[in-house]
Design a protein around this ligand. Structure first.
Ligand code: AMP
Ligand code: MN
Length: 322
C-alpha cells in the first residue's frame, strides 16, 4: 500500500473548486458508500462535490447521508476534478464516461484485479478489501474529521464488500478500521438490517424462483441459474432484487463456481462467485468483464442460451486449469 497517492489526491481535491465522483453501473455498497464518504469529506472543505451513478442507488443505501442527492445524468458543466470510483474502464461509469474524460484532472480509484490504468492519477490497490478503505486514506490525508455520517458511508463500503467480514479479503486493518468507524458513530447493525435482512415480497419470491431453477454441471462443481424478464414480472421483483442470489448458489456442497445470468437492456449480465482457488476474474475477463478472484461479472450481447453455453465452456476451462 502506498501513502503518497492518498496525499497527492488530497492535495488535488483541496485545490479543486468542484469534483465529480462517478460510480460504476449497477453500483454496490462499496462504490456508493466510498463515493458518498469522499463527497461529504470534500464538501466540508468547500469543494462542490457531486456524486453520479448511472443506475441510481439501490434502496438499501438510500438512507446513507447524501444518497438523495446522487445524480443519474451528468451535469453539463466540466469539472476541475473527477473521480472514477472502482471503474475498471472509464466506460464502466456508463453515461458519466464523457464527463470523466472532460475533467481537468481524472483520478482513477480501484481495488479490482483488472484496471485499464486510465486517468491522470491512478490509485489502484488490489490488496484493499474495499475502495472504502482507500477512500479512508484520502480522507485522513484531507484532514477532515470522520463524523458519524462519513463513518456510516465507509462502513457501508467495507461491510458489503467483505460480505459482513466473511470473505478472504478481510485483514486486521479492515477490522481495526471497522472498529474505528463504529467508535465514530457508524452502525453495522443498521446496515446489516437494511442490506441483508430486508427484502420486498417480490424479491423473496424471485429468490425462490431463481433457487428452484438452479442447475448443476461439471460433476456438481458448477451451479447456475437465470433471471428472465418473465420471472421479474411474475414475482413482482425489481432488477436490483437479484442481489445475493448467486452467493447462495455457491453454498451448495462441492460447488466451486456459481453463476447467475440475468437479461438486461444491455445484454445478459452474469455474476460469478467462486471458491477453492477457482478464479472468477479470469472467467469474467475472458468474456469482457472483470472483478475479484471470488466475485466477478460481465455483460455479453446474445441470447440467454448462447451466453450460458459460452460461459460454461470458459468455466470448465478454468476448472481444468486448477
Ligand atoms: P456483481 O456480480 O455485479 O456483484 O459483481 C461482482 C464483482 O465484479 C464486482 O466487484 C463488480 O464491480 C465486478 N464486475 C461486475 N461486472 C463487471 C464488468 N462488466 N466489468 C468489470 N467488473 C465487473
Ligand atoms: Mn469494491
Amino acid at each position: 500500500m502506498t501513502t503518497t497517492l492518498p496525499l497527492q489526491i488530497a492535495t488535488t481535491l483541496r485545490k479543486s473548486p468542484d469534483v465529480l465522483i462517478a460510480c460504476h453501473v449497477a453500483p454496490d455498497g462499496d462504490c456508493i458508500g466510498a463515493s458518498l464518504a469522499l463527497a461529504r469529506a470534500t464538501s466540508r472543505l468547500g469543494v462542490r462535490a457531486v456524486v453520479g451513478s448511472a443506475d441510481g442507488v439501490p434502496e438499501a443505501f438510500l438512507d446513507l447521508p447524501g444518497a438523495d442527492q446522487i445524480v443519474s445524468t451528468p451535469p453539463v458543466q466540466a469539472f476541475a476534478t473527477a473521480v472514477a470510483m472502482e471503474c475498471s474502464t472509464i466506460e464502466r461509469s456508463g453515461v458519466f464516461a464523457d464527463a470523466l474524460k472532460r475533467a481537468g484532472t481524472l483520478i482513477n480509484i480501484d481495488h479490482h484485479l483488472s484496471n485499464a490504468g486510465y486517468g491522470h492519477v491512478v490509485y489502484w490497490d488490489k490488496g484493499a478489501a474495499a475502495v472504502g478503505e482507500m477512500v479512508t486514506e484520502i480522507i485522513r490525508a484531507l484532514g477532515t474529521p470522520i463524523d458519524a455520517g462519513i463513518a456510516q458511508c465507509l462502513l457501508a463500503a467495507i461491510v458489503t464488500d467483505t460480505g459482513v467480514f466473511r470473505f478472504t479479503n478481510v485483514t486486521p486493518h479492515t477490522l481495526r478500521l471497522a472498529a474505528e468507524l463504529v467508535e465514530a458513530g457508524g452502525s453495522i447493525h443498521r446496515l446489516v438490517e437494511r442490506v441483508y435482512e430486508t427484502r420486498s415480497p417480490g424479491g423473496l419470491r424471485l429468490l425462490g424462483m431463481a433457487l428452484a431453477a438452479v442447475r448443476l454441471s461439471a460433476d456438481g462443481r458448477v451451479a447456475w441459474t437465470t433471471v428472465t424478464p418473465e420471472m421479474l414480472a411474475a414475482s413482482g421483483a425489481r432488477p436490483e432484487d437479484t442481489t445475493g442470489i448467486v452467493g447462495m448458489l455457491r453454498q451448495i456442497r462441492g460447488v466451486k463456481v456459481a453463476l447467475m445470468f440475468e437479461s438486461t437492456a444491455d445484454g445478459i449480465r452474469a455474476s460469478i462467485r467462486s471458491r477453492d482457488g477457482a478464479r472468477s476474474n479470469v472467467i469474467a475477463e475472458t468474456l469482457g468483464g472483470g472483478g475479484h478472484q471470488a466475485a466477478a461479472g460481465f455483460t455479453l450481447a446474445g441470447s440467454m442460451s448462447d451466453v450460458v453455453g459460452k460461459t460454461l465452456l470458459e468455466v470448465e476451462k478454468e476448472l481444468r486449469a486448477q
